[in-house]
Design a protein around this ligand. Structure first.
Ligand SMILES: [Zn+2]
Length: 402
């Protein structure tokens, strides 16, 4: 088991995790006097009012002083010394201790981000105010991200445009090696042509025979590539319309669960231990499991009942993996996408999400170290409506409003 950064947090501080997971810079703000609070607390530091809400606040600040830690009793930081931290006066008011990018010097303007550390807890990270081309290569920043450059990545299902585009985007982002799985062979699905699952002009993409329905075959794959594996991107989508009270409803549910949920469980069983072992070595960056999921995992679309239910179950299972992999220091992230512009998803009104958009979101998620990204207008609108009123959204989806 790898050591992890200290994870003790108050409940007030843990509320920052959601903002960090989505890459938003939000801090508690007093609903009476407007004072921004950091560190987070239960009552306003200025007026003792109890209603504090997480709000987006300005990201800028001034770095007042820098400390380079050279001695510590904490095993996680001891393996990464020297480590720079600094006190930053936030433009929004409070002064905070932040982890520092190597380009930040005392007296300089900085830009703050909320990042998730390897324990999955939110921390403040200060970056130079002006972005540079090599900013992502910073040693301390890379402890909080899963930057794809130089890493070995498995894309599980290359039988779809989504899988192929994702592999290509990761290869172009500088991945050392991208293995592209040949896709699933659930017998309940009509076989699909997969002629170009790994065909590519990019030398760092390698096709890999991989059958998510066959645990034994997956174990063989894991034995072959597991020791070098940094990131798994599961692109299995398993789309089929239907699944309600139609004659084939139960069969569709079974097939969807086989492809999306059982496939995920098989893949996790096979490759999870390799990622956890990789996490224990400080020489490697933080390993990650990224799962592409339909936004209808969050609220069922009745005409896609089986598909929605399978993705909801996969999302629930992913939370279980997040807890278990998280203890080893492996990030588990999800890319929630609206309806895809893919031949498999027929008869949908625009706006549709192009597979390339999802691929770009996967790269961005890894690069920023996020835990969740939402792709497309339909998906973002659905989440906003879900936050507003789950029952109103349920009625709208029942009446065919996507
Ligand atoms: Zn106040």
């Amino acid at each position: 088991m790898s050591s992890l950064p200290p994870a003790a947090r108050s409940r007030a501080a843990r509320r920052l995790v959601g903002a960090a997971a989505r890459g938003r810079f939000a801090l508690p703000v007093c609903m009476r006097c407007g004072a921004v609070q950091y560190p987070p607390r239960d009552v306003c530091v200025r007026c003792l009012y109890e209603r504090l809400q997480l709000r987006a606040v300005p990201e800028g600040g001034t770095l007042l002083a820098v400390t380079t830690v050279r001695v510590t009793t904490d095993p996680w930081f001891r393996a990464r010394l020297p480590w720079r931290i600094g006190s930053v006066r936030l433009d929004s008011g409070p002064t905070a201790i932040a982890h520092l990018h190597g380009g930040c010097e005392a007296g300089a303007r900085v830009r703050l981000e909320l990042k998730l550390d390897r324990s999955g807890e939110a921390v403040l990270f200060a970056l130079p105010a002006v972005e540079t081309a090599t900013m992502q290569d910073d040693r301390q920043l890379r402890e909080f991200t899963q930057e794809p450059r130089g890493r070995n990545i498995l894309v599980t299902d290359g039988s779809s445009a989504l899988g192929r585009e994702t592999a290509r985007a990761l290869a172009l982002a500088g991945a050392r090696q991208v293995w592209v799985g040949s896709g699933q062979s659930s017998p309940a699905f009509a076989p699909r042509a997969v002629p170009s699952a790994g065909a590519t002009d990019l030398p760092n993409i390698m096709p890999l025979v991989l059958d998510a329905a066959d645990p034994r075959q997956l174990q063989q794959c894991a034995a072959q590539i597991g020791a070098e594996l940094d990131v798994v991107v599961n692109t299995a989508d398993g789309f089929r319309a239907g699944g309600g009270l139609s004659p084939d409803g139960a069969a569709l549910v079974r097939a969807s669960f086989e492809a999306v949920v059982v496939g995920l469980a098989n893949l996790a069983q096979a490759f999870g231990p390799a990622l956890c072992a990789r996490a224990a070595d400080p020489a490697h960056g933080m390993p990650a499991w990224v799962n592409v999921l339909s936004i209808y995992a969050c609220a069922s679309r009745p005409e896609w009942g089986a598909y929605s239910a399978a993705h909801a179950a996969a999302r629930s299972y992913l939370s279980c993996l997040r807890a278990q992999f998280g203890r080893a220091g492996v990030r588990v992230a999800e890319v929630l996408t609206g309806p895809l512009d893919d031949p498999a998803h027929s008869d949908q009104p625009p706006p549709l999400v192009r597979p390339g958009q999802v691929a770009a979101a996967v790269v961005e998620l890894l690069r920023a170290g996020r835990e969740e990204v939402v792709v497309g207008e339909v998906a973002q609108d659905l989440l906003a409506r879900l936050a507003d009123s789950p029952k109103a959204l349920e009625r709208e989806l029942a009446r065919g409003v996507p």
